[in-house]
Write a protein that binds this ligand. Structure first.
Ligand code: 0CM
Ligand code: SF4
Length: 316
């Protein structure tokens, strides 16, 4: 059995930045660090931070006044930010700069009263945060998830309309939704730069290459991770049996029957240690050395706020 590793895979610049913010906060503020929502959608990362004393909460009201709060990589609405300010919390914003970029686009449309369509998944925290940037009562933000939603959508003024997307969507599915939006609303304006982020795009390109030479693909990532789920969908779309696993413990030996090549990739929030454990597990079952595919080199680094410059590089 061969092991082939997708390239790129795993941590993106936004996730590294978010973790570094919390690690620095733990060192600088010698008190409990509260994080609004899971900092990133990965069980391993969350458990590690919990062990270091981080407390994860969903509601700002759960935090005592004057505490330190970190907003997760997925971002928060304007309303949540206001609640935190009202409680005199020290706010450390770990929202990925690429999510913030979308927030700014929506905020701008809101100011101008331009109706905005958000393509994204209902209930996802990033989508809630992005919708929550639109606070103009005279305009409106609409959430759509599919071409069917485009067909059913009615807006007040199709002459003044824009769209944005969640950062971690499927590039192929989104392309189709965007073209049906443009068909229905020819005057709709698109974001200046693609909203689906570089990490999501690159990992989907890499799984496409991986699917050509794998009998099965294991995607390391947690169930609530949008970008990891999109990788599973992509692998399947490309015709390869693809499974989402939190860790090697989820692997079923029956999956590996008659398999010559196992492909492995990891979502943007899944640490490399989990990939290493999967390799070790497969090797215990008789697999050979792992080989890594040639892929796009990612050089993006997102700096952390200056006031947190205690440790500058990510520890893992
Ligand atoms: O948005 P998604 O569910 O993919 O989040 P994640 O924490 O798995 O990945 C990093 C991010 C963002 C925004
Ligand atoms: Fe930022 Fe993309 Fe990473 Fe999300 S997946 S944290 S948007 S770089």
């Amino acid at each position: 059995m061969n092991i082939i590793l997708a390239n790129p895979r795993g941590f993106c610049a936004g996730v590294k930045r978010a973790i570094l913010i919390v690690e620095n906060a733990l060192k600088i503020y010698k008190k409990i660090i509260y994080v609004k929502h899971e900092l990133v959608h990965n069980q391993y990362v969350i458990n590690e931070l919990r062990q270091k004393g981080v407390v994860f909460i969903e509601k700002i009201s759960q935090i005592p006044d004057y505490s330190v709060v970190v907003f997760s990589a997925h971002g928060v609405s304007k309303k949540i930010k206001k609640e935190a300010i009202k409680k005199n919390l020290i706010i450390l914003n770990a929202t990925c700069p690429l999510v913030t970029k979308v927030h700014k686009e929506v905020s701008e449309c809101s100011k101008k009263g331009i109706e905005t369509i958000l393509i994204g998944h209902k209930g996802h925290p990033e989508v809630e945060g992005t919708i929550g940037q639109y606070d103009n009562q005279n305009g409106k933000i609409y959430l759509i998830e599919s071409i069917k939603d485009v067909n059913n959508l009615t807006v007040k003024n199709a002459e003044k309309l824009s769209f944005v997307t969640q950062t971690t969507l499927s590039t192929t599915q989104t392309k189709n939704i965007i073209s049906s939006l443009k068909n229905k609303f020819p005057k709709i304006s698109a974001p200046n730069k693609e909203d689906i982020c570089y990490a999501t795009t690159n990992r989907q390109k890499a799984i496409y290459q991986l699917s050509k030479i794998s009998d099965i693909i294991l995607v390391v990532g947690s169930k609530n991770s949008s970008n990891s789920n999109r990788l599973v969908e992509s692998g399947k779309e490309f015709g390869t049996c693809t499974k989402l696993i939190n860790s090697f413990l989820d692997i079923k030996k029956t999956w590996l029957k008659n398999v010559n090549s196992v492909g492995i990739t990891a979502g943007a929030s899944a640490p490399e240690i989990l990939v290493k454990q999967v390799i070790q597990y497969l090797q215990k079952l008789g697999a050979g050395k792992s080989i890594e595919m040639i892929g796009i080199k990612e050089k993006k680094i997102f700096k952390i706020p200056k006031k947190l410059f205690k440790i500058k590089t990510y520890s893992k």
